[in-house]
Design a protein around this ligand. Structure first.
Ligand code: HEM
Length: 509
């Protein structure tokens, strides 16, 4: 090629690039901006650090000033300084719930919040969700007795009998017990009894969050792609994924062999010989003519574990603290348990559903101390305009408040009072199928709402009840020091959960 051809090409290339830049610039400046009141701390300290611990205070102001009047507001997005987050009043719930995934997306929100592209974290998987939403729920009746046995075995391992009061970490015992019961249901009995698996699945959520926070704090956006080779917290996440696949491999091979031999084939609708997430996933893949690899299986399993373990542990720790704060209600809860057990000593699901007082106690505990300040978190995949004209630029994160409205006297009389039978009375006076712990409605978004509403909510309700029935009937608990009360919840940006460091004392009854 002659020199002049080369220079002509270079000039044409430069011109094309210039035109592209102009078009991009025009598109950016012509795109409507976020037109909302912007809420910030107005006492002189609106630093980024302030948002780590004080976000709930700002959400309270935003609720009173804007949301209660049907007005959305924007505020600093602790995760991404360039895109303010938008908090919506509940009147937008229906529209958000019905918006297609290609516009307002939960997976895209998770991708942003966990910086998944840079941390090797776990992308949302439809297969992992289906395993819980369809298969787990379908088999819950059959699984409950085995979950019960698993919970008892876990506590017997951790809480040996003795005459004395012994210190114990509620966070540690519930992490282990919930890890085991979850593993039994989702990964099978082999891994439910493998402490490495229990530790790995309990820790993966924390590992991913630490990797995401670390990458955002320490790596420039242009270099983050390299963090996987040089940044320890990201390497930890990747190593856990690899190890999870190694641990799952022999289980998967055994199931694949059984399936080939026909040992696990079954009549349609009957309970399979292997009844757990590994089997359900394998059968889903087989039905579609796809081969399930240990790596894919690990991805689905770890994704489900992220949903299943930490929120459930935090919820149960909080309930135990509230039981210690309000021992005056324990007698009634125990009497209800005894009555239900008299009719059904093995506590099948139908019996657990009759524990209305315990259920109401769980719900009141969450009303006052929600795990998480916000719900229905979504991110705009494309610029999105609501019917009333509210416009969200692409990439904007939206949420609804969970905790603040729970303390609104217009919604809950005497909102600061712990009234364990608040929801029991609502059920007795109204629709018994509403106002229970697992229920989801427009005024009850603890488990989300719409297509993504938590598919594990029935499982976790049974699980927490089984754990508590065993603990409350076999053991006594008290705080380590006289007069001690529930410790303040830990806050980090929009996250909130009970203090995981607090120890209590237990004694076998
Ligand atoms: C107290 C414990 C739990 C809480 C508070 C909780 C809460 C939530 C919330 C708020 C969502 C998002 C809903 C939305 O945005 O509309 C969700 C989704 C999800 N949860 Fe749970 N969850 C809990 C336990 C569980 C358990 C035990 C499992 C599995 C056995 C599970 C599996 C999932 C999955 C797979 C999703 C994604 C659903 C989807 O994208 O369609 N969760 N959960």
């Amino acid at each position: 090629m002659a020199f002049t051809d080369v220079s002509m090409l270079a000039i044409a290339g430069a011109a094309a690039a210039a035109v592209a830049l102009v078009l991009l610039y025009r598109r950016l400046v012509s795109q409507p901006k976020l037109n909302l009141p912007y809420l910030r701390f107005e006492d002189g300290n609106d630093s980024r650090e302030r948002y780590v611990t004080d976000t709930p205070a700002l959400l309270q102001i935003g609720y009173e000033k804007y949301l209660k009047h049907g007005q959305a507001f924007a505020m600093r997005n602790y995760v991404d300084d360039h895109h303010p987050q938008v908090i919506l009043p509940i009147r937008y719930l229906k529209e958000v719930r019905n918006a297609p995934e290609s516009k307002l997306s939960f997976p895209y929100y998770s991708e942003q919040i966990f910086s998944l592209k840079d941390t090797g974290g776990l992308f949302h998987t439809p297969e992992g969700t289906q395993m819980v939403r369809v298969d787990l729920n379908r088999h819950l009746n059959a699984l409950t007795p085995r979950m019960h046995e698993e919970a008892i075995a876990a506590f017997e391992k951790l809480l040996p009998p003795g005459k004395d009061w012994v210190p114990v970490s509620p966070y540690a015992i519930f992490s282990y017990a919930i890890g085991r019961v979850t593993a039994l249901a989702l990964a099978g009995p082999e891994l439910a009894h493998n402490d490495e698996w229990i530790g790995l699945t309990a820790k993966i959520t924390v590992d991913i969050m630490q990797a995401a926070q670390g990458v955002r704090a320490k790596w420039h956006p242009y270099t983050r792609w390299a963090a996987r080779w040089f940044f320890e917290p990201v390497k930890v996440v990747l190593a856990s994924k690899k190890r999870a696949a190694e641990l799952l491999k022999p289980v998967l091979e055994k199931r694949q062999a059984a399936l080939k031999e026909g040992a696990s084939r079954r009549e349609k609708g009957s309970t399979p010989i292997f009844n757990d997430g590994v089997q359900w996933l394998l059968e889903t893949y087989e039905a579609k003519g796809r081969k399930l690899t240990p790596e894919e299986l690990a991805h689905h399993e770890l994704f489900a574990a992220i949903g299943a373990i930490q929120s459930s542990v935090a919820t149960t720790v909080g309930v135990l603290f509230d039981l210690l704060d309000h021992p005056e209600y324990l007698g009634e809860i125990l009497a209800e348990i005894e009555q239900v057990k008299n009719d059904a000593p093995d506590l099948p699901r139908q019996a657990l559903n009759k524990l209305w007082k315990l259920d109401s106690f769980l719900k009141e505990s969450q009303r006052l101390h929600a795990v998480g300040q916000v719900r229905l978190n979504r991110a705009a995949v494309v610029p999105y305009t609501f019917k009333d004209g509210l416009h969200l630029p692409a990439g904007t994160q939206i949420s609804f408040l969970l905790q603040v409205p729970n303390l609104d006297p217009d919604l809950f009389p005497e909102p600061q009072k712990f009234n364990p039978w608040r929801f029991l009375h609502k059920r007795q006076q109204g629709d018994a199928d509403k106002n229970h712990f697992a229920s989801v409605s427009d005024d009850n978004i603890f488990f989300g709402n719409g297509a993504h509403s938590c598919p594990g909510r029935f499982f976790v309700t049974d699980e927490i009840k089984l754990l508590l029935v065993h603990l409350l009937t076999r053991y006594s608990f008290k705080y380590a020091t006289e007069g001690e009360k529930r410790p303040a919840d830990i806050i980090h940006d929009n996250a909130s959960y009970p203090n995981i460091m607090t120890q209590v004392l237990y004694q076998k009854k």
